[in-house]
Write a protein that binds this ligand. Structure first.
Ligand code: ACO
Length: 431
């Protein structure tokens, strides 16, 4: 892989350690420390994995300094303009853009698997009406492992492909069922003559009592949001899916673990948190007060939708979503949305503020996505569910890459132990 090396010198013993350096196709090289413990008895320490590459991957590339995001080499801006979510899904899973026939076949396979077992639908009755949809989504997706356990051999490429098709096809159906359960409406079955996002909107908003026509503007906006959310290399939820999957667990259960991770407000839960924050700020006059709160180290308040572990520049997805926000709201006749105006003023003020400039805190993908979801009629509690539907494709692509790599071993980090050293047990009556 490489013949370059780094040399680390131990000043106490003056012994030097040779560390191989591996270079990828683009981006920072990595130090291969796999034999460091075996040969030199030390671990490396990197809480939050800020400087640790956990795997090799050829799916997605991010340059956080330049604000670049590539799926299989293609800039996300080009895919957002010219592609569709289904085509991007094929690209992420298979590595190349599909031919017309391949795309048609892939789409047909997804459509064919959109229905879920009726018994699975009954799971929703076990949840109170106000259960958070992310809790329902992760539980019900995890339950899929019970339906497809014996039949899913992760060492069989055909079974892996079937798992990929099933989960991508069924997750909108499960998400819509969670929504219908939360508002007490009957479940709407999927329709095979509709596109992925059209079908999703229909399952969300149709009722059996009347005809429902999907708004093409809404379907197009959702498709674009899904493209932008489809993958983001080794983020917290994807790393969770890989880690769970590395133990050889049922892949539906691994995806459920990813959904649980995405729910966190520091990750995918931020789109929901942004709208709640905008509600709390209320009006433009209060922005300065909240900016001051965000800067105050003693105040836990953070500007939601701002900052990113990797992007130290404008998140390229946020740029696209910001533009799209105006177009979609205009087309839907909602361009005077006061929350959009508030978000734009907040962004403008934050981007000029020394604290945000110095820390390179820019709007991330979640800053504007919630405003679009809201304009499409999606309730705030469902925002992260929407993100999970799109990100399922990325999770599956990474799970496939991990499980089919012969070098994969169970993920098992080490630690720096800081607890008590060995001591003897003291009987209860002597404590
Ligand atoms: N508001 C105010 N200050 C912030 C913010 C923010 N949104 N984000 C980071 N900072 C500050 C931190 O307090 C820290 O300051 P310090 O150096 O004085 O201690 C510094 O900027 C660096 O931030 P970290 O938290 O160390 O950066 P990290 O990479 O660990 O966290 C994260 C990134 C979680 C995204 C963070 O920026 C954040 O909490 N943002 C708000 C939540 C959010 O929008 N999450 C969505 C991320 S995108 C996604 O997952 C889809």
């Amino acid at each position: 892989m490489t013949d370059k090396h780094f040399k680390l010198v131990n000043p106490e013993t003056d012994k030097s350690v040779d560390i191989p350096l591996h270079e990828g196709s683009v981006g920072p090289a990595v130090l291969d420390i796999a034999s460091l413990y075996k040969e030199h008895g030390v671990f490396t320490y990197d809480p939050g994995f800020g400087a640790t590459a956990s795997c090799k991957s050829s799916i997605t590339y991010i340059d956080g300094e330049q604000g670049i995001l590539l799926y299989r080499g293609y800039p996300v801006e080009q895919l957002a303009e010219k592609s569709s979510f289904i085509e991007v899904s094929y690209l992420l899973l298979h590595g190349e853009l599909p031919t017309k026939e391949q795309l048609q076949r892939f789409n047909q396979q997804i459509v064919y698997h959109t229905m879920i077992n009726e018994s699975l639908l009954r799971f929703f009755h076990g949840f109170h009406y106000d259960a958070h949809p992310m809790a329902m989504l992760s539980s019900v997706v995890s339950s899929l492992s019970a339906f497809y356990h014996g039949s899913t051999n992760i060492h069989e490429p055909e079974d892996r492909d079937l798992f990929a098709t099933r989960i991508i096809a069924k997750i909108p159906t499960i998400a819509a069922a969670a929504y219908k359960h939360s508002i007490g409406q009957p479940f709407i079955y999927p329709r095979n003559d509709l596109g992925y996002c059209e079908n999703l909107l229909r399952m969300f908003f149709a009722v059996p009592a009347e005809e429902y026509e999907v708004d093409p503007v809404a379907a197009e906006a959702l498709d674009l949001l899904f493209i932008l959310h489809a993958d983001h290399e080794q983020n917290a939820s994807t790393s969770t899916v890989r880690l769970a999957g590395s133990a050889g667990t049922n892949p539906y259960a691994a995806i459920a673990a990813g959904i649980a991770t995405l729910w966190g407000p520091a990750h995918g839960g931020a789109n929901e948190a942004v709208l709640k924050m905008l509600d709390e700020i209320g009006s433009v006059e209060n922005i300065d007060k909240y900016i001051a709160k965000a800067k105050d180290r003693n105040d836990p308040f953070r500007l939601m939708g701002f900052g990113h572990r990797v992007y130290k520049n404008y998140d390229p997805r946020a740029k696209i979503i910001r533009e799209m926000c105006h177009k979609v709201l205009k087309k839907l006749g909602k361009e005077d949305d006061p929350q959009l105006e508030l978000a734009m003023r907040l962004e403008e003020i934050a981007l000029k503020d020394e604290y945000f400039v110095e820390k390179k805190l820019y709007p991330n993908v979640d800053f504007y996505s919630g405003i679009i979801y809201k304009a499409l009629g999606i309730p705030v509690s469902m925002f992260t569910v929407m993100f999970a539907i799109a990100r399922t494709v990325g999770w599956v692509a990474h799970w496939q890459e991990m499980i089919s790599d012969p070098a994969t071993r169970i993920g098992r980090p080490r630690q720096l132990y800081t607890g008590a050293t060995r001591r003897d047990y003291v009987d209860l009556d002597k404590r």
